[in-house]
Design a protein around this ligand. Sequence first.
Ligand SMILES: [Zn+2]
Length: 201
Amino acid sequence: MKCIILLASPGAGKGTASDYIENKYGYKHISSGSLLRNEALVNEEIKSLIDNGKFVSDELVMDVLKRNINSDNIILDGIPRNLNQAKILDQFLKENNIDLDKVIFIDIDKEIAAKRVINRLTCDKCKRVYNKELIDSKECMICGGNLITREDDTKEVFENRYDTYLKETKPLVDYYKDKLVKIYNNDTLESLYDNLDKEMR
Ligand SMILES: [Zn+2]
């Protein structure tokens, strides 16, 4: 069993890259967001934290992650988000003989990332993401759902998240330097996929 970690700033395309690796290479995509949303369906403690906009501790996040790991190869998107989570994950991988295959760092210029977030349209049904500048339709091409701008896709929220990323997540680039591969996502989707293919070969 193998584990890949994706590290990236907000707006860098972690979700897109993870979906691609899941579909093409059969890794199970585990994102911090969907992990906690799914857990909230069956776990009152998590549900109440999320419903009240409260902070979910590193220990709790990592407990939920551990319970969702079976024998599938996995790609982690949004976990670990800080050094504390990285250390808990290290310990868990070691104890369970899981191989940390690589850490993919998706690098992107901050201005480009900000623009992508602000131009983002999200399908209210299947959650697929589109770029306002590249689509005329107000309907999702996959499921016909409505394309909406999410409340948190603003310049202000982006700046806050970017600051948190610099403070808490970016230091992991150095922490994982032995396993790190770096790819750029300043261009098209095709070039992102090409770069991922090169690393997955
Ligand atoms: Zn849709």
